[in-house]
Design a protein around this ligand. Structure first.
Ligand SMILES: Nc1ncnc2c1ncn2[C@@H]1O[C@H](COP(=O)(O)OP(=O)(O)OP(=O)(O)O)[C@@H](O)[C@H]1O
Length: 443
């Protein structure tokens, strides 16, 4: 009862997506007239709810009860049971019917949800993948995930495969790259077995995961075939995840029908991890490889290595190797000498929020005072939103930090990023302006 009342009031104070994402999956395991025990689906979820929503839940509870609120969060002890055939395939198999086995390209054993560090930059992608793995349709049944290189697309995609193999081993999964799909299709055409090829993906698939779909640019026949497969799978409620290093709207040489089908579900962009997440990634990866790094080194690396997480991994390997050659714990000299090998550090370091603010100020001929003022005039608010969007995209600065540069809070930055993303998708003028500014920043 208490929990229902609190949920009702949260549903009116939070946005629909926030409510569905973070509150709906919670369940109340115990309540009396002054305490609530709430179960979250997993550890990550628990930590997130604790940080973001526990205060809100407690303040709602204190409005209903007289004593100080006592809310505890636990991880649900109810692990999803391995899915049965019915959940896995969505169809019963009759004797004699083709059983279509899964095809799974090789998996990295560490690309699991547990090993994936979460921050604002990848939170939505992680939650959506988790939902798809659990056959939970909160985010729909198909997902298009984009990011720059080394930001976790393959890691998350493989985490889904690992989890499904563990929890619902009878699910018929096809996990492959777009190039592999294309090569297999060509082989089938040559061997006159296109019908079997189509059947395997259309009738023998509960979960399709295709990586690097941007490589299909210009491959008309493969696009046509994959389009048919997607059409069937999406309409029949099967699950699909696709990844691309380029946003779908920017992939050249794509059939428009195919582009629109690929992006008919949730589109999520993983951004470069913000400073706090980089620190967690460095700590986690160092601990995993038995590398003892002082906090000073962790923060130095987080400051220097923005973007591509492979660079962090490579730096840690280098530090470990050098430390073992010198038979000494890593010190700042070792850390620095390893980073010297990462050529464009300097360039990355130069690009920061202040610099972007100055560029926007000169491009739009608006003073920094106006950009940081309370003015909501379009002539000021639009460049400000563009500046926030570009800072988010091209630096690892946190939402709060970017907000500070403009005397705003983190939610204003989130809103700006959302508005500009939407405008880029819908308005040519905005897309062109952003392209021109991106060029300037890259120079
Ligand atoms: N959030 C994260 N937490 C921990 N490790 C991560 C995270 N994101 C990425 N990584 C690690 O970074 C490396 C690169 O990630 P991944 O291969 O998934 O990137 P990608 O986006 O698929 O890149 P590409 O587009 O180049 O294929 C992997 O070793 C992965 O484990």
């Amino acid at each position: 009862m208490l929990w229902d009342t609190i949920k009702n009031s949260l549903s009116s104070s939070l946005s629909e997506s926030e409510y569905s994402l973070w509150i709906r999956p919670l369940s109340c395991v115990q309540e009396d007239d002054k305490t609530l025990q709430i179960a979250c689906p997993d550890r990550f979820f628990c930590a997130w709810v604790k940080e973001r929503y526990l205060g809100l839940i407690e303040s709602n509870l204190s409005k209903i009860i007289d004593s100080p609120p006592a809310v505890s969060l636990t991880v649900s002890s109810h692990q999803p049971a391995p899915q049965q055939e019915k959940n896995g395939s969505g169809q019963l198999r009759l004797p004699g019917m083709d059983t279509f086995k899964s095809t799974i390209r090789s998996l990295h054993p560490a690309y699991t949800f547990d090993q994936f560090l979460v921050g604002e930059s990848n939170m939505l992608a992680r939650s959506a993948c988790n939902a798809i793995a659990a056959a939970d349709y909160t985010f729909g049944n198909n997902l298009f995930m984009t990011s720059g290189t080394g930001l976790g697309k393959s890691h998350l995609t493989q985490a889904v495969v690992h989890q499904v193999m563990h929890n619902a081993p009878r699910t018929r999964m096809h996990y492959l790259t777009a190039q592999q799909f294309s090569a297999e299709m060509v082989k089938s055409i040559r061997s006159n077995s296109m019908q079997q090829f189509s059947n395997r993906f259309i009738h023998g698939c509960d979960l399709l995961l295709v990586e690097d779909v941007h490589t299909l640019a210009g491959k008309t026949k493969t696009q046509e075939e994959l389009n048919n497969v997607l059409d069937y799978l999406i309409k029949s409620g099967k699950r699909v995840i696709m990844t691309s290093s380029i946003p779908a709207r920017d992939i050249k040489g794509l059939d428009e029908d195919f582009r629109s089908r690929m992006t008919s579900g949730l589109i999520t962009d993983i951004e470069a991890p913000e400073y706090k997440t980089r620190v967690s990634i460095i700590r986690h990866k160092a601990a995993h490889s038995n590398l003892n790094l002082a906090e000073e080194h962790v923060h130095y690396l987080a400051d220097q290595l923005q973007g591509d997480i492979r660079r962090i991994e490579s730096a840690l390997m280098g530090i470990k190797a050098k430390a073992s050659v010198y038979n000494a714990p890593p010190d700042m000299d070792i850390v620095r000498s390893v980073l010297e090998g990462f050529g464009n550090l300097q360039q990355q370091k130069q690009l920061n929020g202040r610099m972007i603010r100055d560029i926007i100020s000169s491009q739009y001929r608006i003073s920094v005072e106006d950009l940081t003022s309370r003015s909501r005039k379009r002539i000021v608010s639009f460049p400000r939103q563009i500046a926030m969007y570009l800072t988010r995209k091209y630096t690892g600065e946190s939402l709060a930090h970017i907000g500070n540069l403009y005397n705003r809070d983190h939610s204003t930055v989130m809103y700006a990023v959302k508005v500009i993303n939407r405008d880029i998708a819908q308005k040519n003028t905005v897309r062109q302006q952003v392209e021109i500014l991106k060029d300037k920043l890259q120079k």
